[in-house]
Design a binder for this molecule. Structure first.
Ligand code: SAM
Length: 287
C-alpha cells in the first residue's frame, strides 16, 4: 500500500468528489430521519496543505486553490456553498490574509456537514492512516473508524441500520483491475442495499478502460445511475490524471441539473489546457 492521499488532497478530483458528496448529504438532510455515510476508503480525514508532500506536487493549487475564492454565478455559488464553507471553516486564518492550510478529506467533510442524528462509518486499511483518522474523531460518538478492507464492508456492513445512507467508494487505483472491482463491489452492495445512494470514483487518463467500465455498469441493470466527468486537459498529456469521474447510483433528482450548472464553472476554473471538457449523463435510467 504505497498510495498516500496527502500528495493529492484538494486536487481537481477531490473538488468534484467532495462537492458531490456535500450535495448528496444536503439532499438527504431534507428529511429529519437519520442516515449513515459509509466511506470505504477514507484516508486520514484532514490534510495539511503546507506540509512537504502536498507542497511537492502542488496539486491542490490547481484544484481547491483555484476555486476557493473564485467569483461564480450566484446559483453556482449556492450549490458550492456547503462544501466551500466547510473548507473555509477549517481555515479561519484566511480572514487575516493567511493561506489555505487545511483541507478536509471525505470523512471530515461528511462529519462537518452532519446533524446530531447522522452517522459515519469510515474504513481505512493503512494501519498508520487508520490510527490518524481514529485520533481525529476520538470521542466523537457519531463516527466509527475501522481499520478494515473497505471492499469487504460492501458486503458485510450493508444495509446500515438507519436504512438510509450514502456509500462512498474511493479506492486508490494502485492495482490492476480496480475498475472491475468497482463494478463487482457495486453489484454486491446493491443486492443488499438497493435504495442506498452510491458514489463511486474513477480516474481518467489515456488508455483507461472507461468505455468498458461504463458498459459493465450498464449491464448491472441498476435502474438509476448518473455519471459526471471533468476532464481538465487532453489525455495526450500523460503526466497525472487528465480527468476525474463519478458514478452516482440513486442520485437526488436535483443532482443532474446541479451538475449542469457547476461543471462548466469547474472546467473554467480548473482547466489545464484548451482541451478541458465535462459531461454529465445517465448511464441508466431517467432521460
Ligand atoms: N476518500 C478520501 C477522501 O476523499 O478524502 C481519499 C481516499 S484515498 C483516494 C484512498 C485511501 O484508501 C487511502 O488512504 C488508502 O490508504 C486507502 N486504502 C487502500 N486500499 C484500501 C482498502 N482495501 N480498504 C480500505 N482502505 C484502503
Amino acid at each position: 500500500m504505497n498510495y498516500r492521499h496527502i500528495y493529492h488532497a484538494g486536487n481537481f478530483a477531490d473538488v468534484l468528489k467532495h462537492l458531490v458528496l456535500s450535495r448528496l448529504i444536503v439532499y438527504l438532510q431534507q428529511k429529519d430521519k437519520a442516515f449513515r455515510v459509509l466511506d470505504t476508503h477514507a484516508g486520514i480525514g484532514l490534510y495539511d496543505l503546507s506540509c512537504e508532500e502536498a507542497q511537492k506536487t502542488g496539486e491542490w493549487l490547481e484544484g481547491i486553490g483555484k476555486v476557493i475564492d473564485a467569483e461564480m454565478p450566484a446559483k453556482v455559488a449556492e450549490i458550492m456553498a456547503p462544501y466551500l464553507d466547510a473548507v473555509k471553516a477549517l481555515n479561519p486564518g484566511r480572514d487575516a490574509g493567511g493561506p489555505l492550510q487545511r483541507y478536509p478529506g471525505s470523512p471530515k467533510l461528511a462529519r462537518d456537514l452532519f446533524r446530531p442524528q447522522d452517522r459515519l462509518s469510515a474504513m481505512e486499511l493503512h494501519p498508520e492512516d487508520s490510527r490518524v483518522l481514529a485520533r481525529l474523531f476520538e470521542g466523537d460518538f457519531q463516527v466509527r473508524v475501522t481499520e478494515l478492507d473497505g471492499w469487504l464492508t460492501l458486503n458485510a456492513h450493508l444495509p446500515p441500520k438507519e436504512k438510509r445512507g450514502i456509500v462512498l467508494v474511493d479506492p486508490p487505483f494502485e492495482k490492476e483491475g480496480e475498475y472491475e472491482r468497482l463494478v463487482d463491489g457495486l453489484a454486491k452492495a446493491h443486492r443488499r442495499f438497493a435504495n442506498g445512494v452510491y458514489c463511486l470514483w474513477y480516474p481518467i487518463k489515456k488508455g483507461a478502460p472507461i468505455k468498458e467500465f461504463h458498459e459493465a455498469l450498464q449491464a448491472l441493470e441498476i435502474p438509476k445511475m448518473l455519471c459526471a466527468e471533468l476532464h481538465v486537459k487532453s489525455d495526450r498529456d500523460q503526466t497525472g490524471l487528465s480527468g476525474t469521474g463519478l458514478v452516482i447510483v440513486n442520485p437526488p433528482f436535483t443532482l443532474k441539473d446541479e451538475m449542469h450548472l457547476v461543471l462548466p464553472e469547474l472546467k473554467r476554473l480548473m482547466a489545464q489546457d484548451r482541451y478541458a471538457s465535462h459531461r454529465c449523463f445517465w448511464l441508466r435510467g431517467e432521460d
